[in-house]
Write a protein that binds this ligand. Structure first.
Ligand code: MN
Length: 207
């Protein structure tokens, strides 16, 4: 039986300071992410999907193949699991601040330049009402990158978009340190992005 586990972080909880604080990281990872892991396992077990041969992203991208009474739950917990898995992987205490290579070229093609990309992504992030995520995704139909937002824990995979980079805009991601200053949290997040990870993910997908 396949069970999802809380992924280990590749860095220490306090290593993203001062941009993301230690206490937020501990609670976010050990409590919030664990809740999504447990919810996903419980949901898969309930509909007999715990032996599902596909990884959660494939299940999310074909959610209608799941019994309808479990779709909302799987969307929430499966999305929550995978969104956070990617979120941790795209964070780094040794961020190089800006992307390079093919990803940088694609950003210039679709968003003119990195600064413009950053400001469009920030505007989209600030525009989220309630809880949600802002994403840089790969649209494999058109072989291009796009910015999108999703509500709650809905994953871009639901829309057949492949997430490359995601910013968690739930209050649990920033409230302890930033309270109502969401813009400051967003601005500081740009200092801890693991661009190498995002670049590699993009390289594997694009032609
Ligand atoms: Mn979160």
């Amino acid at each position: 039986m396949v069970k999802y586990l809380l992924p280990k972080l590749s860095f220490e909880y306090d290593s993203l300071e001062p941009f993301i604080d230690k206490q937020t990281m501990i609670i976010h990872h050990q409590k919030h992410h664990q809740t999504y892991v447990d919810g996903l396992n419980r949901c898969l077990e309930k509909f007999g999907g715990s032996g599902h041969p596909q990884y959660i992203s494939s299940i999310l991208s074909d959610l209608k193949s799941v019994p309808s009474e479990f779709q909302n739950e799987l969307n929430f917990f499966g999305g929550g699991y995978e969104n956070h898995r990617l979120f941790w992987d795209t964070l780094s205490p040794d961020s190089k601040s800006i992307p390079e290579g093919k990803l940088s070229d694609a950003i210039d093609v679709y968003f003119q330049n990195f600064q413009n990309f950053k400001s469009i992504f920030t505007v989209n992030s600030l525009g989220i009402q309630g809880s949600g995520w802002c994403w840089l995704v790969f649209n494999s139909t058109y072989n291009r990158i796009e910015i999108m937002t999703t509500e709650n824990q809905t994953s871009p995979w639901i829309f057949q978009k492949i997430p490359l980079l995601g910013l968690d805009l739930w209050e649990h991601a920033y409230y302890l340190k930033y309270q109502n200053k969401k813009a400051e949290y967003i601005e500081n997040w740009w200092n801890v992005i693991n661009w190498e990870y995002v670049e590699n993910r993009f390289s594997e997908l694009s032609q």
